[in-house]
Design a protein around this ligand. Structure first.
Ligand code: FPP
Length: 248
């Protein structure tokens, strides 16, 4: 993928001070479908079709990492046919898009515990991860059966196990040791979290990683979140004064 030059960025109204890591809570698919008197599952399909442009633009802008909230630990409580349609879409997506993503150097990582997913989903996402894991382009993280609290519990268990094996004394547990045990180990913290669909909350999405992230909320439903709207969010990010608790 061709990366934007500084001049091209300027023509989009952007400076090179872009976020290193963007997270997106893709909300509003059901309401987008309802507005059009379509079944909710068609909202999710339109959502999936939106990913290509979002990923391409993120990569072209040379942003290091993009994390997408695709299935939360709470999403299991949706009607069975909706959950099953989301699983089918995941298989379709990772099968249909894999070659293109690979060709563009995208490195796919799954955030979350996919062991409870049907084998077809596990196989499709694992294949995508294995095929692309050495790629050096955009780090694309898909949160699946992900919840920040569950992620923290898992990290705490891993720290306890290390301590019990004598590899680490409780006093030596610091932020770095904890962050190394999150699904996002090795990635920069989130600089920007975008939530579409009108709600203004994080809903258990990467709470620790978003500690200093700028939050951008828009009423636009995810299937309507165009590249132009993504650029608007990035422009707004560039206007924010990031102080990290200090005085400037
Ligand atoms: C929230 O909208 C969205 C989801 C629970 C699923 C997101 C799924 C996708 C974007 C498609 C598949 C993803 C991949 C990676 C292929 P909602 O259903 O809660 O919308 P509503 O609030 O309007 O009901």
């Amino acid at each position: 993928m061709a990366k934007y030059t500084q001049k091209e960025l300027a023509s989009l109204g952007l400076t090179p001070m872009l976020p290193k890591h963007v997270g997106i809570i893709m909300d509003g698919n059901g309401r987008w479908a309802k507005q059009r008197m379509l079944p909710r599952t068609l909202g999710h399909r339109a959502a999936m079709d939106k990913l290509r442009g979002t990923i391409r633009l993120t990569s072209d802008l040379n942003i290091e990492a993009l994390s997408l909230y695709a299935f939360s630990t709470e999403n299991w409580s949706r009607p069975e046919e909706e959950v099953s349609a989301l699983f089918d879409l995941l298989v379709e997506y990772f099968t249909r898009e894999l070659d293109e993503l690979h060709k563009n150097g995208v490195c796919i990582r799954i955030l979350g515990d996919i062991s409870a997913f049907p084998s077809a989903v596990r196989e499709a996402v694992t294949r995508a991860h294995v095929k692309t894991r050495e790629n050096t382009g955009l780090k694309l993280n898909i949160a699946l059966n992900y919840g920040s609290r569950a992620e923290l519990v898992r990290a705490a268990q891993s720290l306890c196990e290390s301590a019990l094996r004598g590899e680490l004394r409780p006093k030596e547990i610091d932020e770095a040791a904890l962050f190394d045990r999150l699904y996002t180990y090795g990635l920069p913290e989130l600089d920007l979290v975008i939530r579409t669909g009108g709600e203004k909350r994080l809903s258990n999405f990467m709470l620790l990683q978003a500690a200093y992230a700028e939050l951008y909320f828009t009423d636009t439903y995810w299937p309507d979140f165009s590249e132009k709207k993504y650029i608007e969010a990035l422009k707004e990010y560039q206007l924010r004064d990031r102080r990290y608790g200090t005085v400037k």
